[in-house]
Design a binder for this molecule. Sequence first.
Ligand SMILES: [Mg+2]
Length: 454
Amino acid sequence: MTARVLVVDDIEANRRVMKAKLEARYYTVMLSHTGEHAISSAIHQQPDIILLDVMMPGMDGYEVCRQLKSNIATRHIPIVMLTALTDGDDRLRGLEAGADDFLSKPVDDFALFARLEALSRYNAVADELRTREAANPHTANFTEHEMSTLSKPASVLVVDQNNQEARRVAEALHKVGHEAETWIDAQKGGIKFKELDLIILALSGQRHDALKLCAQMRSLREARDFAIIVTCDEKDEQRAAEGLRIGASDVIQTPLDLQELQARVATQVRRKRYIQILRKRVDTGLELSVIDQLTGLYNRRYMLERLQLWMQRSSVDGKPVSVVAFDIDHFKTVNDVHGHEAGDLVLQEFSERLRTNIRPKDIACRPGGEEFLVIMPETPGDLAYIGAERIRHAIANEPFLVERKNEEIRVTVSAGVATHYGEDALLADLLHRADQALYKAKENGRNRIEKLAA
Ligand SMILES: [Mg+2]
């Protein structure tokens, strides 16, 4: 995976060395020599990752970081701070300024590329989601609710066979409002991966292979969103870099500076939630694309998809699937006499009655106009007929109130039932048979249900 990296350093030799290193690994490199230049470059060229020197004359790295993270055009770009100092305070200042990660100078190649890869991976997911989301124009900015979830307390699991150390970490996270449990304590109650935001995984001094555990956790399906922070001592740094490669999101060196830990937990949780919000929005967007806007029923596209699926299942397990095609009688007259607005109200009220008179597993769709179709999975024709009769009654027995005009309209519906019994048949044939039955119902006087002999 490659990316466009903006390297910010006041010393020319440093920029040159970094550029050579990155280009050797096929990264595309942009260079800035001052903080001001870096900000303008980030806004206009939108790099994927920024490597930012801390010590610069004029605007220093912290200030650059703060400005980039408070600008809507650049705040999504991950920033790795390069610091000559290994001082904890220094790192803490950077994290408070919003930095996503740190590397000490001189930069160790292995750690550098592992981090760049981890960040590129994060970017790839975020980009993909942002792109899909952009297809839906209704959701341009985060809502207040979404913003507040970004900083909500997190649920954290601490995995360390040294339970005393694990408890110390959990305690430190409790202090800043998170829910934290140690692996050993949590196992008693069963671990709910779905609710976890973050795992802190000790690498050094463990009897198990923590990296293997990391990979396994990453591959859990329900767990695709949680972040993993690996902790390790100095001699395990190479393995930690390996951890970043296989799915850890961050590494912290032991002995743990608890303040740094708290700051990094906050960063990781924010990032994880950001992805979650985007993903949820994408899912909602998909939901919107299968729902008929006027009636809230499923649209034609979804209807065909689901029907295909149920017919395939039926071919495997032999359970019949029925469809009932509905058509409102004389709907054109409703529109002509009462107007299109009343027509829409009738369609909505009809849909509501349809929805409340089917079983939970039935799928009510509006393929178009005044046509409706209910898919009844695992249902033989005679049962589908009874279901359709119930719906017909619900429509015909109670006049429709067209609210704004305070008018009552008598509405009836005709329907045709067709059933797929697991034989080889095409979806189009099944729909055609339902239509034929519907046609027969119209011919035989409307306000009735017909079923073709199977
Ligand atoms: Mg410098």
